[in-house]
Design a protein around this ligand. Structure first.
Ligand SMILES: CC(C)(COP(=O)(O)OP(=O)(O)OC[C@H]1O[C@@H](n2cnc3c(N)ncnc32)[C@H](O)[C@@H]1OP(=O)(O)O)[C@@H](O)C(=O)NCCC(=O)NCCS
Length: 141
């Protein structure tokens, strides 16, 4: 089944809230946070017959920051996040991409390195639990 990507709108808010709870059970964004994000920023959905993954991003004239990216649990390790990231690189071909992640999220670290992100810096004690943050950047090809 081939994948496509489309923007997420406020019409998808209830679904987005459900996806957040499935993908980030410990720190899902609330409906209010998601609505606030959609009012000011952008989000994209990867879908085949059904929704498979999504990304919440912030675009400026110079760069794109990825706030959240997630693949729904039934679709892990099938290339959904890789597809989403490559589709975003095509959507914003001239922009630098930035993101930050928790040092212990090795799955995400592998993913980002695989699609061309490099480590810019680490920030110790960045998260409330004392965890280190890794800041990453990908330059346009
Ligand atoms: C991180 C996440 C988005 C990856 O999504 P995915 O669609 O399963 O990823 P892909 O299938 O595109 O995998 C791409 C690469 O990521 C890495 N990866 C994915 N799952 C992995 C796992 N379980 N263990 C180790 N590396 C993994 C691998 O390098 C993989 O390439 P490979 O399959 O050729 O080895 C998904 O695991 C997820 O939603 N996690 C919970 C939310 C999260 O932590 N998001 C990131 C921080 S915001």
């Amino acid at each position: 089944m081939s994948l496509e990507m489309r923007p997420i709108s406020e019409k998808d808010l209830s679904d987005l809230e459900t996806w957040e709870m499935l993908c980030f059970p410990e720190d899902a964004w609330t409906k209010k946070m998601l609505l606030n994000h959609l009012e000011f920023h952008a989000a994209y959905l990867a879908f085949g017959e059904r929704a498979q993954g999504y990304a919440l991003i912030c675009e400026t004239p110079w760069e794109v920051e990825i706030f959240r990216i997630a693949t729904l649990p039934n679709y892990h390790r099938l290339g959904v996040a890789t597809f989403l990231l490559h589709s975003l690189f095509q959507e914003f071909p001239s922009k630098d991409f930035f993101l930050e992640l928790r040092e212990n999220n090795k799955t995400a670290l592998n993913l980002y390195q695989k699609v061309g992100f490099g480590i810019l810096e680490t920030r110790k004690n960045y998260y409330p639990n004392g965890e280190t943050a890794i800041l990453m950047k990908r330059k346009p090809n």
